[in-house]
Design a protein around this ligand. Structure first.
Ligand SMILES: Cc1ncc(COP(=O)(O)O)c(C=O)c1O
Length: 286
C-alpha cells in the first residue's frame, strides 16, 4: 500500500510525521475520508470545501491549492491501483514547540493513506447509545481528535453492538462514524447541523434525494432537520433508522439497544439506498 506524504509517494510504513507535529502531539489537524468509485471521487469538491471551512475555524492556513490536493489524491489512488477503495486525506498543523500554542508551528503536513473496501460496508448494523457527543455546542469540524468517537465505539463493541450513537442528555447527535436519520410517521428526520453533528457529504446528498423522492402514499416525503435534535425515545419508536457516511453510503440499523426494527432496510431506507446508488453512478460516470 502506498501513502502520499506532502507529494511523495512511499510505502505506508515509511510515511512518518515528525514527532514534533502538533497533529501527533495535540490531535491538531483535520481529515477527510473519500470513497473512490471506479477510479473517480464522489463530491470531491464538497470534501475539499469542508476541509477548508474546518481549517478556517481552527486558524490553519492550508498552503495547497485544490489542484495540488486533487492531483495528490489521484496519484495516490493510481499508485494503489484503485478501482474501488477509500482514501483518507489528513492535514496536520505541522511541527512546532512542545507547547499547545499556534505560534511557531508549520508548515502544515498532508498525508494520504489508502485502503480497500470492506465487503461488509453498507450492510445493516446494530447500535447502542454510548458516550457523550464532544462537539454539541461547537462548530462541527472533522478534527483528527477522534478519541470520544473511538472510545464510544469500543464501548459499543464491548457490549456486542457494531456502532455507537453519541448523545447529549436525551438527544442523539450522530454515530461514531456517520450521520443519523430516522423515519417516523412517514417523515424523514435528522439532527440539524447546529446539534454539533458533522456536516456529512452523504447526509447532504441524502437530503437532496429525499426532497425529490416520493413518499409511500405518493406525497412528497417530508424531511425535517429537527431542532432539539432527535431524542433517544424517538429512535426507539421509529419505523426505520439508518446511518450515512462516504464509505458505507446508507447503512440500515437493524437493532438499537434491545429494540429490533421490523425490517432493515425498511421501505424508505431501501428506496433512498437505490436513489443514492443511482446518484453516485451518475456523478462518477466516466
Ligand atoms: C462522526 C461522523 N459523522 C458523520 C460522518 C459522515 O460524513 P460523510 O458523509 O461526509 O462521510 C462521519 C464520516 O466519517 C463521521 O466520522
Amino acid at each position: 500500500v502506498k501513502a502520499n506524504l506532502n507529494g511523495t509517494l512511499l510505502p505506508v510504513e515509511d510515511a512518518r510525521l515528525p514527532a514534533q507535529d502538533h497533529g501527533v502531539l495535540y490531535g491538531d489537524g483535520l481529515f477527510e475520508t473519500l470513497r473512490v468509485y471506479g477510479g473517480r471521487f464522489f463530491r470531491l469538491s464538497a470534501h475539499l470545501e469542508r476541509l477548508r471551512l474546518g481549517a478556517a475555524q481552527i486558524a490553519l492556513q492550508l498552503p495547497w491549492t485544490d489542484g495540488v490536493l486533487i492531483a495528490a489524491l489521484e496519484a495516490t489512488g493510481a499508485a494503489n491501483g484503485f478501482g474501488d477503495g477509500v482514501l483518507r486525506l489528513t492535514v496536520t498543523r505541522g511541527a512546532g514547540p512542545a507547547l499547545p500554542v499556534l505560534d511557531g508551528c508549520g508548515p502544515p503536513n498532508y498525508l494520504i493513506t489508502a485502503r480497500g473496501l470492506n465487503p461488509q460496508a453498507g450492510s445493516p448494523v446494530s447500535a447502542c447509545f454510548a458516550g457523550r457527543h464532544p462537539q454539541a455546542s461547537s462548530p462541527a469540524i472533522k478534527s483528527i481528535s477522534y478519541q470520544p468517537f473511538v472510545l464510544a465505539r469500543a464501548e459499543a463493541r464491548q457490549r456486542g453492538f457494531d456502532e455507537a450513537l453519541l448523545t447529549v442528555d436525551d438527544t442523539v447527535v450522530e454515530s461514531s462514524t456517520g450521520n443519523l436519520f430516522a423515519v417516523i410517521g412517514g417523515r424523514l428526520i435528522t439532527p440539524p447541523l447546529d446539534s454539533g453533528c458533522l456536516a456529512g457529504i452523504t447526509r447532504a446528498a441524502v437530503l437532496e434525494i429525499a426532497e425529490s423522492a416520493l413518499g409511500s402514499k405518493g406525497k412528497p416525503l417530508s424531511v425535517e432537520e429537527r431542532t432539539g435534535s432527535v431524542r433517544k425515545r424517538d429512535l426507539l419508536r421509529a419505523d426505520e433508522v439508518f446511518l450515512t457516511n462516504s464509505v458505507s453510503g446508507i447503512q440500515p440499523v437493524v437493532r438499537l439497544e434491545d429494540h429490533t426494527y421490523r425490517m432493515a432496510p425498511g421501505a424508505l431506507t431501501g428506496l433512498l439506498q437505490r436513489l443514492y446508488r443511482e446518484l453516485v453512478a451518475r456523478e462518477t460516470a466516466g
